[in-house]
Design a protein around this ligand. Structure first.
Ligand code: BES
Ligand code: MN
Ligand code: ZN
Length: 502
């Protein structure tokens, strides 16, 4: 879908989108369309019950002249409209129109009482439209004509079109990253497995990302016994992918300081989680194709940052394994030695994500000495019990980082909620035979999982995001259709632009 910007005028034909304010007040653009149709718009509005309520809308067909259709969007009260509201409106335009026409013209002017200027409004509508247009239908061979989205082009007619275009450009690159994450998360596990995932990551080379792929042999050499233990039951070999984006090279002759250290993102990439020998029940097991959601976000984030040429040094590390039961699989009770040297008693082979991350986090910390390290993982079912599908779980050893993540999340509507950590929880994963065990007791499962990860980050400023409740949506919303959400890409892109890019 193509998005273009042009200066505000009243189109003579085609499909037009205008806003209607609370109480049924026409926006200036709606007034203009009303004039052009000799009152066609106001006649239709008067004949209807639609009153411009937020998230309501009405379509008027053939109101006059050559205009085929006017979509009237309910804006509610102008003072309540912020960037997120306009993104959501952008998404709902696509939803309402996609099945009906190939091209839509959205009229955007200044709105009395709204904090945002027209170009900003336009850019946010564009972002929402783009995000809402995502489809994963590559495996549908019989497409039903009348259900097919036809929409190919969104023209935004706005005051300050050039400004709007400039504001939107980086957002378009971020959306590219979100789409990559959604694609990866949506692919089934027979298609996306560690080796094939690594190939997708390799493609980021085209954008200037340095991509290395560690094979099983390389990981054996490094002593990654925790990750390799998870992988050993599968026919599919594990991989670890290291992606580097250096957008802030040192000035010539300057010495690297601590401030030049990269920001690191680490992702859980379990391409299928059957549970292993501690096998999961059959019902819903298909969901475990998206147990690589954390790795999907890290990969999509690297694409977003490289795409918009972010002025920052970032590394992305993803641990890719398939967790399967077989004659060679890890058993409950096995003791493995992680790269850090710490030993782990594997009491439940289904608590595998933390084993993968243990080696990925340690490796990242040792090799890159990052300024800040943030991991993402579909780590626990318990986080769904605690937070549902509204917030990702946030665990951290640094309160400032918590504040920054919470703020970034609010700004892009990818929200995180902090849960506690502490030595009382930490002792729940002490083992009687090894340095630790991979599960705690029955309660506080997301917290004991986070305590486990904390044992592999040393003194690094670190945060862990448990995204198990956010990676996939059965219902969808206006800027994210049902399926893979891409949650995390926009959150971390925002964190990077707010805090690390200067
Ligand atoms: N991948 C799962 C967590 C998960 C559950 C993600 C539901 C998305 C939706 C993880 O590997 C897992 O199996 N966790 C176990 C841990 C338990 C064995 C301590 C869980 O949450 O039940
Ligand atoms: Mn599991
Ligand atoms: Zn898992």
């Amino acid at each position: 879908m193509k998005i273009t910007f042009a200066n505000l005028s009243v189109p003579k034909s085609g499909t037009i989108v205008v806003g209607i304010l609370d109480g049924g007040t026409l926006s200036a653009e709606a007034e203009a369309v009303d004039k052009a149709t000799d009152g066609g718009l106001s006649r239709a509005l008067n004949a209807s019950t639609f009153k411009g309520t937020k998230s309501h809308s009405m379509t008027i067909l053939a109101p006059g002249g050559k205009i085929t259709r006017v979509l009237c969007l309910g804006l509610g009260k102008a003072k309540d409209l912020d960037a997120l509201a306009f993104q959501s409106l952008g998404g709902s335009i696509v939803k309402a129109i996609a099945a009906h026409t190939t091209m839509v013209q959205v009229m955007v002017g200044e709105l009395d009482g709204c904090d945002l200027k027209a170009p900003d409004i336009a850019a946010n509508i564009a972002l929402g439209a783009r995000l809402g247009s995502y489809r994963f239908d590559k495996y549908k061979t019989k497409k039903i004509k009348c259900h097919e989205p036809k929409l190919k082009s969104v023209k935004i007619l706005t005051t300050g079109a050039l400004k709007a275009k400039a504001l939107y450009e980086p957002q378009d690159k971020i959306a590219d990253g979100v789409f990559l994450t959604r694609d990866l998360v949506s692919e089934p596990a027979n298609i996306l497995y560690p080796e094939s995932f690594a190939k997708h990551a390799k493609e980021l080379t085209k954008l200037g990302v340095k991509v290395e792929v560690l094979t099983k042999a390389a990981m054996q050499k490094l002593g990654m016994g925790a990750l390799l233990g998870v992988a050993q039951g599968s026919e599919r070999e594990p991989r670890m992918v290291v992606m580097q984006w250096n957008g802030k090279p040192l000035r010539k002759g300057a010495k690297a300081t601590k401030a030049d250290a990269p920001v690191a993102f680490v992702g859980k990439g379990v391409t299928f989680d059957s549970g292993g020998i501690s096998i999961k029940p059959a019902g819903g097991m298909e969901d475990m194709k998206w147990d690589m959601g954390g790795a999907g976000v890290v990969t999509g984030l690297m694409k977003a940052l490289a795409g918009r040429k972010a002025k920052v040094n970032v590394v992305g590390v993803i641990g890719l394994v398939e967790n399967m039961p077989s004659g060679s699989a890890q058993r409950p009770g096995d003791i493995v030695t992680s790269m850090s040297g710490q030993t782990i008693e594997v009491l439940n082979t289904d608590a595998e994500g933390r084993l993968v991350l243990a080696d990925a986090l340690w490796y990242t910390k040792e090799r890159f000495e990052p300024h800040t390290m943030i991991d993402l993982a579909t780590l626990t079912g318990a986080i769904l019990v605690a937070l549902g599908d509204q917030y990702a779980g946030l665990f951290t050893n640094n309160d400032d980082l918590a504040d920054d993540l919470i703020k970034a999340g609010q700004a892009v509507d990818e929200k995180v909620w902090m849960l506690p950590m502490g030595s009382g929880y930490d002792k729940l994963i002490n083992s009687s035979v090894a340095d630790m065990q991979n599960i705690g007791g029955r309660y506080g499962g997301s917290i004991t999982a986070a305590q486990f990860l904390k044992r592999f980050v040393g003194e690094t400023k670190w945060a862990h995001l448990d995204i198990a409740g956010m990676t996939w949506s059965k219902t969808g919303k206006s800027i994210a259709p049902s399926g893979g959400t891409g949650f995390g890409v926009r959150l971390l892109d925002r964190l990077v632009s707010d805090k690390f890019e200067t």
